[in-house]
Write a protein that binds this ligand. Sequence first.
Ligand code: KG4
Ligand code: ZN
Length: 328
Amino acid sequence: MWVLGIDTSCDDTGVGLVRNGQVVVNLVASQVALHEAYGGVVPELASREHLKALPSLTERALAEAGIGRKDLDLIAATRGPGLIGALLVGYTFAKGLAWALGRPFYAVHHLEAHIAAAWPEDLEPPFLALVASGGHTHLFEVQALGRYRLLGATRDDAAGEAFDKVARLLGLGFPGGPEIERLARETGEAIPFPIPLRDQKGYDFSFSGLKTKALQLVERGAPKAALAKGFQQAAIGHLAEVVLRAAQDTGHRVLLVAGGVAANQVLQERFRRAGLRVYFPAKGLSQDNGAMVALAAWRRHQAGLPPSPLSLGATAYWPLEEVGREGA
Ligand code: KG4
Ligand code: ZN
């Protein structure tokens, strides 16, 4: 069974093809260069670029898989959350394709897709899932596919956003996560940063204090690599502390880490040493992409969850706890 997945929630156009739960093709057209000149994602430009990129990217994905449109069994797209104009492009394109081919359509939650990218098919819930990306830092208890309990979330910046902002302060490129990771590797010295929210009772995150500290250090002319290393250690230390405490309190021993930040090697190392059974997305599946959307739809289909009506609209705001199992 072939599933096409499309993600246009932000600034990357993602088209993926999954066959019986295995990723066969995963193409991402990045808009980084376009938005760089403006210092951030310009929503209107992102929508236009998605529109330009989608038809040819989809044709290319089909060609690389060696199949035609008619071979597709399920069509899926990110319904939300994200930039509404950007979402609508991929979502409407996918719905049109599903309608024309007469195939079931799955409206997918972006965070369920990130989680699906790290979720081995033989792993039964419940478990914990940390989603850390440029737009989200959320800790969930996954009770079943489509049933999520939010344990904590960021109070200010998302983890990836903090990496991006600190990278900018250091004059590095976008996205900042990989740049910080690379620079930090160049030194053995780390400037210590205080770990945020150490005395909280809940499982929230906060990264704005780390960002402020980084700004002060930059203004004082601190060495960049040691600054990057110290920031990275504290940001990852904070994520790990909160998640491990939640694991201890709830008794969960299995953890998925998903989203763009999950690609960080220092983070992976830190969580692997934590004494939990921990899963990360395969290479190329942690950042926004289409294959993760196809994987989520495949899982829903396998679990007997119904497809979505074509009348369902996209939505910028959509808490994961509200997705339900009855069709998004
Ligand atoms: O999941 P994603 O592609 O998009 C969103 O849904 O936001 O995540 C992108 C974020 C960016 O903020 C980027 O800097 C961060 O993930 N990221 C990383 C690394 N690779 C990407 N952060 C830390 N270390 C990395 N190696
Ligand atoms: Zn994402």
